[in-house]
Design a binder for this molecule. Sequence first.
Ligand code: GSH
Length: 214
Amino acid sequence: MDLFFHPFSSYSQKALMAFYEKNIEFNSMILDGGEEITQKFNEIWPIGRFPILMDDGNFIFEATAIIEYLEVKFPQTTQLIPQDAFAAQEARMWDRFFDNYVMSPMQHLVDTALGREADNHDRWVLALEKAYKIIDDRMKMRQWACGNDFTIADCAAAPSLLYADWAHQISNEYPNLHAYRQRLLKRPSYARAFDNARAFRNYFPLGAPTDRDL
Ligand SMILES: N[C@@H](CCC(=O)N[C@@H](CS)C(=O)NCC(=O)O)C(=O)O
């Protein structure tokens, strides 16, 4: 399987976590400017967003869909989508929450800083604040996003909360959110994905923090 990704990319880290949780081997097609891999990637996916997966003629785009694909292809590995249909629905719903309401405002803040979009800084900060409060309330009683089992939702949560905090720091009013974020950063699958990204830390357009997540 060929995974096209960049180690510093949040959605790539999300997909990488699933490979690491499941202990599945893959070929790293790192999009670091190398012409051959970039050209191949552009031919496969003109949309230009990564990660994408190529597996024996199957083409899978979207980090969530890559995780879903691994679940189906390797049912004997650690499952990130619960067997129970309602529990699966909940995990998928919270996967969407972290992508849409944490990752997305964070990316808008980055794009604003890069001058790629009109300055709606306050709007995206407010969006993140709303999400932080919801997660803090939810994590009062939970170890992982959907309870005791680590799921696809936590794969979405880890990189989104890493970078959201860098873009708009999580206040100390949210102790449950802080504790959850720390659990995610220590989860071996995310620690490994984050380790791969360490060398690119200075890429963060808003400036990576110098006092945490080192
Ligand atoms: N919805 C996509 C989003 C992927 C995405 O936005 N990836 C970013 C990197 S984290 C990207 O490709 N950025 C390149 C660009 O915007 O040109 C997914 O879930 O995989």
